[in-house]
Write a protein that binds this ligand. Structure first.
Ligand code: ATP
Length: 287
C-alpha cells in the first residue's frame, strides 16, 4: 500500500543552510517522529511538505498525489499544528469554530465541542487570556475536527504539562488506530516519541542520518561504556558514533546483543533516543 506521505530528494537552500535531498515516507496507520538539534531542518521540512515555502528540488506526494497548484484541495485532508502559530488573540474558540467551519468542508462541530470539553477550553474566552498550553490545545482541537487523514505537528506538545501531554499522546494514538490515518510530528521531547512513534527520522544539519523503526532503535541499539584501551580493541566497523568523556568512551552500536557476545567484558547500556541523538550530534560519526 502506498504511504500517506512520500518525500523524495526534498531540497531547500537558505543562506548558510541546506536541507539536502532528504527522502522518507509516512506509512498508513503510523506515527513518524522527526528529531534533530535546533536548526537541523525539521520545520523547514514540514513547511516544504505543506508548500508553505518553495522547495528548490524534490517531490512531495500526499495521498499518492503531488501537491500542485491545481490540487490544493489535498490540504483539506491535513491537520496542521505549528508551535508559535496560533489564532488571532481577540478570537474566542467559538469564533475560531465559525472561521474553521467556513474553511473546511468536513468540519465536525460535535468533534470540536468534545475536544474543547476534553481539553478544558472555555468557548467564550478570548485567546489572549489563554496560556501557551491552552493555545496549543486549541490548535490541536481544530486540527482534529475537520476529519484529516494526516496530522503534521511541529513541536505540538512542547507547551503542555506532563499530564496533558500524556492525554494528547493518547488522542494521537487513537487517531492512527484506523489504518487510513497517520501523523508526522517533530519533537524535542523524545520520551513522547518513545511512547507513541512507530518510526524515527533523524535530521542533522539538513541531512537525514537515519530513518528507522523506533523498536529497532530502542531495543537493538546500545551504548558501550569503556576506557581508552578497551576502545582501541573495538572493531571500527561496529562503531556508529563515539564520544570521549573524561576517562570514558561512549560508543553507539547498532546491535547491543551482538556486541555483548563479541565484547564480553564491556559494559553495554540501553540507548534512549536522546542518547542516540547526542552521540550523533556531539560525537564522531564513523559509519
Ligand atoms: N526564512 C528563512 N530564511 C533564512 N533562513 C532560514 C529561514 N527559515 C529557516 N532558516 C534556517 O534554516 C535552518 C533550519 O531551520 P529549521 O527551523 O528548519 O530548524 P529546526 O530543526 O526546526 O530547528 P528548531 O528545533 O530550533 O525548531 C536554520 O539555520 C534557520 O536559520
Amino acid at each position: 500500500m502506498e504511504p500517506i506521505l512520500q518525500v523524495e530528494n526534498l531540497t531547500k537552500q537558505y543562506p548558510g543552510f541546506t536541507l539536502d535531498h532528504i527522502s522518507f515516507s509516512v506509512p498508513r496507520g503510523t506515527i513518524v517522529g522527526l528529531i534533530g538539534e535546533n536548526g537541523a531542518g525539521k520545520s523547514t521540512t514540514l513547511k516544504a511538505i505543506l508548500d508553505l515555502i518553495r522547495k528548490d528540488d524534490g517531490t512531495v506526494c500526499l495521498f499518492g498525489q503531488e501537491l500542485t497548484e491545481d490540487r490544493k484541495d489535498i490540504k483539506e485532508d491535513i491537520g496542521v499544528v505549528f508551535d508559535g502559530i496560533h489564532f488571532h488573540e481577540t478570537l474566542t474558540p467559538k469564533k475560531v469554530e465559525k472561521i474553521s467551519e467556513a474553511a473546511y468542508k468536513q468540519w465536525d462541530p460535535q468533534v470540536y465541542q468534545s475536544y474543547l470539553r476534553q481539553f478544558a477550553l472555555p468557548a467564550d474566552k478570548e485567546i489572549k487570556t489563554f496560556s501557551k498550553g491552552m493555545k496549543m490545545k486549541l490548535s490541536i482541537a481544530v486540527a482534529l475536527s475537520h476529519d484529516p487523514k494526516l496530522l503534521i505537528l511541529d513541536e505540538a506538545t512542547s507547551g503542555l504539562d506532563p499530564v496533558m501531554r500524556d492525554d494528547i499522546l493518547d488522542v494521537f494514538m487513537d487517531f492512527v488506530q484506523d489504518e487510513s490515518h497517520s501523523i508526522l510530528m517533530s519533537s524535542h521531547i523524545t520520551t513522547d516519541l518513545e511512547k507513541i512513534a512507530d518510526y524515527i527520522t533523524f535530521i542533522h544539519k539538513g541531512k537525514i542520518i537515519f530513518d528507522k523503526s523506533k523498536d529497532e532503535l530502542i531495543y537493538d541499539y546500545g551504548i558501550i561504556r569503556c576506557n581508552s584501551s578497551q576502545f582501541e580493541k573495538l572493531d571500527k566497523e561496529d562503531i556508529l558514533a563515539c564520544r570521549k568523556r573524561d576517562y570514558q568512551w561512549d560508543v553507539l552500536v547498532a546491535n547491543k546483543e551482538k556486541a555483548a557476545r563479541k565484547y564480553k567484558d564491556y559494559v553495554i547500556d540501553h540507548a534512549a533516543i536522546d542518547d542516540i541523538l547526542l552521540l550523533y550530534v556531539k560525537g564522531d560519526v564513523l559509519s
